[in-house]
Design a protein around this ligand. Structure first.
Ligand code: PLP
Length: 448
């Protein structure tokens, strides 16, 4: 099998991967994926959290074909192109107030990398004497995931993924994650919020002179296992950043474009970040494209004559790619025209109702939902909240069981994640949760 012979898969232990029959996807249609043998699966993870309107969408296809008929790519170095201009204008219009400029890249990781570099350079440009040797660190949350480049790993807080690279990374301060299930006795969201904000306040009071910025995944820490923040937490973080003169970077790579029930998660708490990182849903799952939006004041700090060296020396070959920008524009047009955000209300409610029965399962410790993002945390024992030992591969077996029954979902550690395509019908959402329920019930019952 050439897949096993030639391909090294991301985040994958290839030794175990090669023991199993690979799942080779050949095509997609609406909410479904089809493998090379013709088997059909509900796409319960939106093909890694990117798909918005379903696979093989005629209008997105057409946007791509139309653009390809003109040109596929031309550089933004010393030149502009029409789709990237139109998209930048549109992004400024639809994102939280105060963000006025768009810097393109091609993955969530690079959009974060750009925000970090810009935040650091901003302070140095603003007042090189006052900030000499200062404002050169970042705060991020425990269990944070912001990507895989060295900069984005530096602000990562996931021990499993990040510890090996520590000697290569810049310094970061770690604030507690609002992980209500694990931080409090009885899932007390308010207590969790107060605890985390107080710790952050203390950290900022002591260290704000060293801190260039704070990076956060608004409302939901996705890769950490769908840690849903208590109401008001994000707002509280914004207020602390303002009070201590620290830039706030909102990483909406996972939560942007409707995932949490509003177009952007920051909207839910009226938060205006200094930087906004978007990727994944930006092209509705069609092409790699990302954007870092910034406030005018940040952009202006970089203005000067060439010899002043205030330029932001950063860029990628495919920055502002025309095919990707054209499909992103069509994605946003569809979101608006089809009133996608309004349509989510019933879907989110349907998911919530279908998730209720999971609480009764003996090995489900916590069920978390924010919009169309769901995390079902498995435990060996509900009282101690102890998770299943890794070698038992319980979560992996849940995923295999679901696959045999027609749905593709993914685990994140002990958490089974559902990230349905936003255009899924109520019937498909019900089917997805039913398959997941059966998989968890069956596999955990045998896990001894
Ligand atoms: N930031 C967040 C919040 C993410 O969830 C991810 C990916 O899952 C990234 C950044 C990195 O994005 P990419 O995989 O496109 O580099």
């Amino acid at each position: 099998m050439w897949d096993k012979e030639y391909v090294w898969h991301p985040f994958t232990q290839m030794k175990t991967y090669r023991r199993e029959k690979p799942l080779i996807i050949e095509r997609g249609e609406g909410s479904y994926l089809y493998d090379v043998e013709g088997n059909k699966y509900l796409d319960g993870y939106s093909s890694l959290w990117v798909n918005v309107h379903g696979h093989n969408h005629p209008e997105l296809n057409e946007a791509l074909i139309q653009q390809a008929g003109k040109i596929a790519h031309s550089t933004l170095l010393g030149a502009a192109n029409v789709p990237s201009i139109l998209l930048a204008k549109k992004l400024v219009e639809i994102t939280p107030k105060g963000l006025t400029k768009v810097f393109y890249s091609d993955s969530g990781s690079t959009s974060v990398e750009i925000a970090l570099k810009m935040a650091y350079q901003y302070w140095q440009l603003k007042d090189p004497i006052r900030y000499a040797g200062k404002k050169n660190k970042f705060i991020s949350l425990r269990e944070a995931y912001h990507g895989d480049t060295i900069g984005s790993v530096s602000v990562g807080g996931m021990e499993t993924f990040h510890h090996i690279f520590k000697p290569l990374l810049f310094e970061r301060l770690e604030a507690p994650a609002p992980y209500t299930y694990r931080l409090t006795e009885n899932n007390d969201a308010e207590a969790c919020k107060m605890l985390c904000l107080k710790a952050l306040d203390t950290m900022l009071r002591e260290h704000h002179e060293e801190i260039a910025g704070l990076i956060i995944e608004p409302l939901v820490q996705g890769a950490a296992g769908m840690i849903t923040a208590p109401d008001g937490f994000l707002r509280g973080v914004r207020e602390l950043c303002t009070r201590y003169n620290v830039l706030m970077i909102a990483d909406e790579v996972a939560v942007g474009f409707g995932r949490t029930g509003t177009l952007f998660a920051c909207e839910q708490e009226n938060v205006e970040p200094d930087f906004l990182c978007v990727a994944k849903g930006l092209t509705a799952g069609y092409l790699p494209l990302a954007a870092t939006l910034v406030r005018e004041e940040i952009y202006e700090a970089f203005l000067g004559e060439p010899e002043e060296l205030r330029t932001f020396f950063h860029g990628h070959t495919y920055t502002g790619n025309q095919l990707a920008c054209a499909v992103a524009l069509k994605n946003i047009e569809l979101i608006e025209r089809e009133k996608l955000i309004d349509s989510l209300v019933a879907k989110i409610e349907c998911l919530a109702q279908n998730l209720e029965k999971f609480h009764t399962l003996p090995h489900v410790g916590d069920v978390r939902q924010r919009g169309m993002m769901v995390g079902i945390e498995l435990v060996q024992d509900k009282d101690s909240k102890k998770t299943f030992p890794m070698h038992m591969q319980v979560e992996h077996n849940v995923i295999l069981h679901a696959r045999q029954n027609g749905a593709i979902i993914r685990p994140l550690g002990p958490v089974i994640v559902l990230m349905p395509i936003l255009s899924m019908s109520l019937e498909e959402l019900e089917q997805l949760t039913d398959i997941t329920y059966e998989a968890i019930k069956t596999v955990t019952a045998q896990a001894y």
